[in-house]
Design a protein around this ligand. Structure first.
Ligand code: AHR
Length: 633
């Protein structure tokens, strides 16, 4: 056998883990910062998609609490309860409701009912109602009865599989006018489970109308009408600098009359008419405009508000000029609602809604993905919004969603949904971008590999792309991955490949989620002069400095199937501490992933190395993302 052939046979028989790429060299001048890192680089993008709020972050447990579907009033999510000999029917009644906004209701007509033969209505929640041992749940509903004899309404949480009553509450009597009733349910020593349903029942014949039937578990920071604790904790761990809301396509709506009309999402829940969302399910708007701002406040994020700009997704637009004026005024009112003092009209309304202190806004985005508008109307629409907003709020930076003619936006929003290989091939995308033009927001980006949440291959694509964004973060001031959330139950997902998955009871982060946590908790403040010399086309780097801590942060991404030795040469400092912290996210294959049943298969592992020096060699495992914290002497 010839030597080359023998070598090839021997090489092929080596386990993959023992193969290695040609050594690479990373030279870093620690005394040469080349650009400032944007302190707001990594944020969140959010919208109602994949049951992100209803059935997700918004902690409401009752599905279709307002008997309203994307196709109009409806009782989807509800069924009839007829215990024992009870006989009853339920139907939508469009003639009566508790408010102008909720002008219809669910009518329960009870022909026969008695103690132990109750009649009522049943709600299964969003793929179940989660119950935890000893937990207290706060509920309420609007109701009226046709006469005073209907008696009490009993509210129960019942385990689907055992029939055991997990918690009970009673509302003593209903009046014949619409009224708001509150109740509390307390679970006993149960096993945590999502296999529960809610019943509201009566023991006497008669008619009851229901609306806005609500049930909340404990929420993040115990905020009434608040958010799910586990999901808020996962977001907090990302240390996001900003929240881009309310969309996305959710801002635009399919049609102009289905756009995000913020004025219909504020005030008491009973005064919110709710609206059809473009993602094929109805939005309760329980998490409305004020709740978005409070979410920002809770997680110390800057609000990045996108205002509706006169374009909806089915190619409907409003021409610039007088027709657009009401929409521009609506945006100005919205900004005043958020930022105005209580002596302004809309600031006073915000105070009445429960938040007297104004919020601060640095960025406003005008529209979403207006490059889809084939009419070419965006330049005119953008200019009209830009001038009006700047005149009233000169310090606000205004973001355009597409290139515009005749006016220079402060920031341009770019979106990238790609494969890992496409991101690998394009990590230098912004290296040559004109530094004198508008700044950039990468307002939506993701490697779309893996479903419902992304896999390790996607995390590698994401991390490679983030090295490029970081190196160019003098110009990329904001970046937010999308979509953020997915309810992993069947029918819960409209967009495969998401960052954080959950069901009613549990949640988990994808490998992409952990890549973001790693990058954002090791950001640094300046990009250092660094040069990577490598033959491996799937090796990527970003080197920043944390000036306050005299720390060089080296991020290395090895997207190849072979380990990668890297000789790291540091100049410009007296020396380097030999002990360095190493954070690693890696997996044996690109298909490896986390899931609702296996949530922590791939998580960052923190270790230390002891051979750091001005020149040392570090080997980056295959399919891995690593961050080295090198402390300078
Ligand atoms: O993130 C999902 C969708 O992708 C957003 O709603 C939209 O802006 C983009 O096209």
């Amino acid at each position: 056998m010839r030597f080359e052939k023998l070598a090839a046979v021997l090489l092929a028989s080596l386990p993959l883990t023992l193969l290695a790429q040609q050594p690479a060299t990373l030279t870093i001048d620690t005394a040469k910062p080349v650009a400032a890192v944007s302190p707001t680089l990594y944020g969140l993008m959010t919208e109602e998609i994949n049951y992100s709020y209803d059935g997700g972050l918004y902690a409401e447990l009752v599905n279709n609490r307002m008997f309203q579907t994307n196709r109009g009033p409806g009782d989807a999510g509800w069924t009839i309860l007829q215990n024992g000999d009870a006989r009853a029917t339920m139907a939508i009644d469009k003639t009566t409701g508790p408010s102008k906004a909720l002008a219809h209701s669910l009518k329960l007509t009870v022909e026969t009912a008695a103690p132990k033969s109750e009649a009522g209505i049943v709600n299964g929640g969003y793929w179940g109602i989660p119950v935890h041992p000893s937990e207290q749940y706060r509920g309420s509903f609007y109701a009226k009865a046709d006469n005073d004899n209907i008696g009490a309404v009993t509210i129960r949480l019942i385990n689907n599989n055992t029939g055991a009553v997990v918690a009970t509450a009673t509302v003593p009597a209903l009046s014949t006018d619409w009224n708001h009733y509150e109740y509390t349910l307390k679970a006993g020593a149960v096993t945590a489970s999502a296999a529960n349903h809610l019943t509201l029942s009566v023991e006497h014949p008669g008619t009851v109308w229901f609306s806005l039937v609500s049930l909340f578990p404990p929420t993040y920071q115990n905020t009434p009408n608040g958010n799910r604790i586990d999901l808020m904790q996962k977001l907090a761990a990302m240390h996001p600098a900003f929240l881009r809301f309310p969309g996305g396509n959710y801002l635009e709506g399919d049609h102009i009359n289905e756009r995000y009309e913020w004025k219909k999402t504020i005030g008491s829940q009973v005064d919110r008419p709710t609206h059809p969302s473009p993602w094929n399910y109805h939005s309760s708007d329980g998490l409305g405009l004020l709740e978005f701002f409070e979410w920002c406040e809770d997680l110390h994020m800057q609000p990045l508000l996108a205002v509706y700009a006169g374009y909806s997704m089915r190619q409907e637009h409003v021409d610039a000029g007088s027709a657009l004026e009401p929409y521009v005024q609506d945006a100005l009112d919205e900004i005043e609602y958020a930022t105005g003092s209580t002596s302004t009209k809309w600031g006073a309304i915000r105070a009445k809604d429960g938040h007297p202190a104004p919020f601060h806004i640095n960025y406003i985005e005008v529209g979403n993905e207006d490059w889809f508008d084939r009419s070419g109307s965006y330049s005119g629409r953008f200019a009209q919004f830009y001038k009006a907003i700047k005149a009233a709020y000169p310090d606000i930076q205004i973001i355009a969603t597409a290139p515009v003619k005749g006016i220079r936006p402060d920031v341009i929003d770019d979106h990238f949904y790609r494969s890992a290989q496409q991101f690998f091939d394009d990590v230098h995308h912004y290296d040559k971008t004109d530094r004198t033009g508008p700044k950039v927001m990468v307002g939506e980006w993701a490697t779309r590999e893996g479903s419902p949440t992304t896999n390790m291959g996607a995390a590698l694509g994401d991390a490679a792309w983030m090295t490029g964004m970081e190196r160019n973060s003098d110009i990329i001031v904001l970046a937010s991955y999308a979509p953020l959330f997915v309810n992993v139950n069947p029918g819960g997902m409209q967009w495969p490949s998401d960052l954080i998955g959950y069901d009613a009871l549990n949640s988990y982060g994808s490998p992409s989620y952990y890549a973001q946590v790693m990058f954002n908790t090791h950001l640094g403040d300046h990009v250092l002069d660094a040069k990577l010399d490598a033959t491996n086309p799937r090796l990527f780097d970003s080197v920043t400095v944390d000036s306050k801590h005299h720390r060089v942060i080296v991020k290395l991404v090895n997207g190849s199937s072979q380990a990668q030795p890297v000789k790291i040469e540091l100049s410009g400092a007296k020396g380097v501490h030999s002990k360095a912290t190493l954070t690693t996210l890696s997996a044996p294959t690109t298909e490896a992933t986390n899931s609702i049943t296996d949530p922590k298969r791939i998580v960052p592992v923190v270790s230390s190395i002891n051979n750091a020096a001005s020149t040392f060699t570090h080997t980056v495992p295959r399919y891995s993302i690593q961050i080295l914290n090198l402390d300078l002497n």
